[in-house]
Ligand binder design. Structure first.
Ligand code: FES
Ligand code: FES
Length: 164
């Protein structure tokens, strides 16, 4: 049995420490050790985006990041996106546009979309499709997902204008 490594990190704004084996992926640590099961295991080889989380300001596929690489990082997972006040506008728009069916891909799409709208609050449809190219969905056919993200951008911009 390999020796476990102590890792200190921040997940969804909270300081977290865990022990993990050097071979364990960040996805395994999140799901199996920390019981944050929002990030999903689709392909487990970096192709589908179901396991997407933010590490610092980078979008990563947590199935191909090692748990030990979380040392000193700030990680955001789908569990950190809704607040006590309710769903994030992107989550709300996914519901309104019926942009999900089985839901396996949805946490990854939402984490990626949030990162997009933080970097580019007024993306074109092409921008959204290009940005989300690393997230695969076997159910919805993508159109509703793109519509939901475009609509979420509008809702977020209206929120910003109302608060100005
Ligand atoms: S499960 Fe990580 S990219 Fe598919
Ligand atoms: S909703 Fe099923 S894979 Fe996307």
């Amino acid at each position: 049995m390999s020796k476990k490594t102590h890792v200190q990190t921040e997940i969804n704004g909270e300081g977290i420490e865990f022990l993990c084996e050097p071979r364990q992926s960040l996805l395994e640590v999140l799901r199996d050790e920390l019981h944050l099961t929002g990030a999903k295991e689709g392909c487990n080889n970096g192709n589908c985006g179901a396991c997407t989380v933010l590490m610092g300001d980078r979008i990563v596929n947590s199935c191909i990041v090692l748990g030990v690489e979380a040392e000193g990082e700030k990680i955001e997972t789908i569990e950190g996106i809704a607040t006590s006040e309710g769903l994030h506008p992107i989550q709300q728009k996914f519901l309104e546009h019926a942009a999900l069916q089985c839901g396996i891909c949805t946490p990854g799409f939402i984490v990626s979309s949030k990162a997009l709208l933080e970097q580019n609050p007024t993306p074109s449809e092409e921008d959204v499709r290009f940005w989300l190219a690393g997230n695969l969905c076997r159910c919805t056919g993508y159109h509703k997902i793109v519509e939901a993200v475009m609509d979420a951008a509008k809702a977020l911009n209206t929120e910003v204008a109302d608060n100005a």
